[in-house]
Design a protein around this ligand. Structure first.
Ligand code: SF4
Ligand code: SF4
Length: 275
């Protein structure tokens, strides 16, 4: 049985003693965020501009075994891209099964945009996945459609207000299902100047109603060549003020280190590639 207090991302006290490893088994994505260059890892949980390798589930398990044999401080295995875990359902679930089988005490964690989450919540619970991060940067359809160029839903590309409505419904249903199954939910909210920076309070209120446990307000890191590439990164004082206001709605995470999809180690450790 995993000791949930050892998750370094959800428990600030644990971050100096326990680390996490991401297994990069999910290369594809089912949405296009306007701040994301698809050559790189999912920006919703990762630092933009860093490519991640891709592994098969069996390669990922072998890599995990090797890494765990070399260091004893890894308490969490996460899947956070380089695309979205549920746009790569087979590889994601197979990796979770393999890891759960060989590492019954390991905390399992997933980071997703939430579009493909709902159908798999029961299986996540059955595999004792205890932590899921869902990126919700807006709960207003007009703002959502500014953030996403398109979504891939039921094998077709959907844009505009229809895409916004579907994504919002799916995120709400997914988060409610996670909470209903006792899974701890973190919501990542990317702060995008001029787009959603005055909307975060509504996001915090809504996701708290849905059952989220903690929120992580992350400044946009503009990526050149993307639609939001020319925006300025929000000042630390702006992020601080947003977090202080959001704290009234939900506990805030303020120690996010923007991990890459193949990260390994303590949160403050210099990132290194797995191979
Ligand atoms: Fe989970 Fe995100 Fe922490 Fe990775 S960085 S272990 S996905 S909360
Ligand atoms: Fe990029 Fe992640 Fe958005 Fe997909 S969900 S487009 S990988 S930032």
């Amino acid at each position: 049985m995993a000791d949930l207090s050892k998750h370094p991302c959800f428990n600030a006290d644990a971050r100096l003693r326990f680390g996490r490893i991401h297994l990069p088994v999910a290369p594809h994505c089912n949405v296009q965020c306007n701040f994301c260059d698809r050559k790189f890892s999912c920006v919703n949980e990762s630092r933009p501009g860093v490519t991640a390798s891709v592994m098969s589930p069996t390669e990922a398990l072998a890599h995990l075994k090797k890494t765990v044999s070399e260091r004893s401080d890894l308490s969490v295995m996460g899947i956070a891209g380089p695309g979205d875990p549920f746009a790569n359902v087979d590889a994601t679930l197979e990796t979770l099964r393999l890891v759960r089988n060989d590492f019954p005490d390991m905390i399992l964690c997933i980071a997703t945009n939430g579009l493909g989450l709902l159908e798999h919540v029961r299986e996540l619970a059955a595999l004792a996945v205890s932590h899921v991060t869902v990126t919700v940067s807006a709960v207003n359809e007009d703002i959502i459609q500014q953030i996403y160029a398109w979504i891939l839903f039921e094998n077709r590309i959907v844009k505009g207000i229809d895409a916004a409505r579907i994504l919002l419904e799916r995120q709400e249903a997914g988060i409610k299902a996670l909470a209903g199954n006792g899974i701890i939910v973190k919501v990542n909210t990317i702060i995008i100047p001029g787009v959603n920076d005055r909307h975060v309070d509504e996001v915090s209120v809504k996701v708290a109603q849905w059952g989220a446990d903690v929120q992580n307000c992350i400044p946009l890191l503009p990526v050149a060549g993307t639609p939001f590439g020319t925006l300025r990164q929000p000042e630390p004082s702006v992020i601080h003020a947003i977090r202080a206001a959001a704290e009234k709605r939900l506990p805030q995470m303020a120690h996010c280190s923007r991990c890459r999809a193949d990260v390994c180690g303590l949160l403050h450790e210099k990132m290194r590639s797995p191979q």
